[in-house]
Design a protein around this ligand. Structure first.
Ligand code: SAM
Length: 357
């Protein structure tokens, strides 16, 4: 058997890309991860047994990177440079400098990676950062595939439209075709009309959370929003909205869905009377529920057997080790923030399995 592909995981957070690699069951291993967030690094180490390097990515030299002899780069750089909330400063945003630095380093490496996978928010496809990355990769004979996909297309009841790039460096004989700019796949599988059945949210829910005051949406937060249409979901629904890093805080507006735990017969809401919403027992999704929706490998959760194949497969809750666990010292708010910043491991695993490797 050949040696596993050596991967570097940049902007590793809690290790979503590492988990995806494990779920994909491809012969690959993460040889080093990099992140400056000490809490994320603590969670990463707790689960994977080795701490990411906390050296700022901008400070990495070609020599630093070459010593890992890595053949694959996994990247999930900060998304703020490409979001409205982050002012869309793109390449001029200091938070984009880690990625820009890595793009500049690529051609300087004695042995550039064969594989590259990048995840980011929708809008990245329009950015100068992406244009710079594509230009560099094309000049180095990489074959590039790009897509904009959401977990709901993979059979997971969660919307999280994200940009993904998969690039593979071809040998000196093969010439990579220039992808027609703007060809970004939006269907899964790329070629085909297959629709995966989306299970009910009830399959992802911890029923014990319904009575736990920890997760209750504070009454005052509901009462102060007149005519605001909360995104309320019931266990029988098969969708939830994108969970952002503000989830669980007082930013109720666009940070994610709220679960209705009472009066489930009520499906029409009077938004002009926030008081009437108090009877619905609205609560936040728990970190465990979000982890399940993001398809992190979890214990005691609908264990099913994944069949090994190279074809796109319907979602099966992953249970490979390590599971995603949080050390007790990580607070509820920190968990929400880390999960909101993270990614859907199943979507990435399928792309790694079917499209990159
Ligand atoms: C979008 S999150 C990635 C989350 C990750 N994929 C996960 O599964 O949790 C971006 C991460 O990049 C880290 N980061 C941002 N700028 C950095 C830099 N210059 N050097 C190293 N890490 C950086 C942040 O701390 C954050 O954890």
């Amino acid at each position: 058997m050949s040696d596993p592909i050596r991967c570097l995981e940049f902007f590793s957070g809690i290790g979503g890309l590492h988990y995806a690699l494990n779920i994909a069951e491809v012969p690959a291993t993460v040889v080093c991860a990099f992140d400056v967030n000490m809490i994320a690094n603590q969670v990463y180490e707790y689960n994977f047994g080795h701490a990411p390097s906390n050296k700022t990515i901008e400070r990495l030299t070609a020599k630093d990177i070459e010593k890992f002899k890595a053949d694959c780069w996994l990247l999930s750089p900060p998304c703020q440079p490409y979001t409205q909330g982050g002012n869309m400063k793109d390449i001029d945003d200091p938070r984009a400098q880690g990625l820009v630095h890595l793009i500049n380093l690529l051609p300087k490496l004695a042995d550039p990676p064969t594989f590259l996978f990048l995840e980011n928010v929708k809008n990245f496809e329009e950015s100068q950062s992406r244009a710079k990355l594509v230009e560099t990769l094309q000049s180095m004979n990489y074959q590039i595939k790009e897509c904009l996909l959401s977990p709901i297309q993979f059979g997971i009841p969660n919307h999280r439209a994200r940009y993904y790039m998969m690039a593979r460096r071809l040998g000196s004989v093969e010439k990579a075709p220039s992808p027609p700019l703007g060809e970004i796949h939006t269907k899964w599988p790329f070629a085909g009309e297959y629709q995966f059945e989306v299970p009910e949210l009830s399959q992802f829910i911890e029923n014990s959370a319904n009575d736990d005051l920890l997760y209750r949406v504070p009454e005052k937060e509901i009462l102060k929003r007149h005519k605001f249409r909360f995104d309320i979901v019931q266990p029988s629904d098969n969708r939830t909205s994108c969970v952002t890093k503000a989830y669980g805080s007082h930013h109720l507006q666009t940070s994610g869905s709220l679960v209705q735990t009472q009066h489930l017969e009520r499906v029409e809401y009077d938004w002009s009377d926030p008081k009437s919403l108090l009877e619905l027992g609205l609560r936040f999704l728990t970190p465990i529920e979000i982890s399940r929706l993001h398809a992190f490998p979890m214990p005691e959760y609908q264990l099913q057997t994944n069949t090994c194949s190279t074809k796109p497969r319907p979602f099966n809750p992953p249970h490979c080790l390590p599971h995603l666990m949080f050390p007790d010292s990580v607070s509820l708010m920190q968990r929400y923030r880390l999960l909101g910043n993270s990614l859907n491991c199943w979507v990435v695993a399928e792309l790694l399995r079917c499209e990159l490797f």
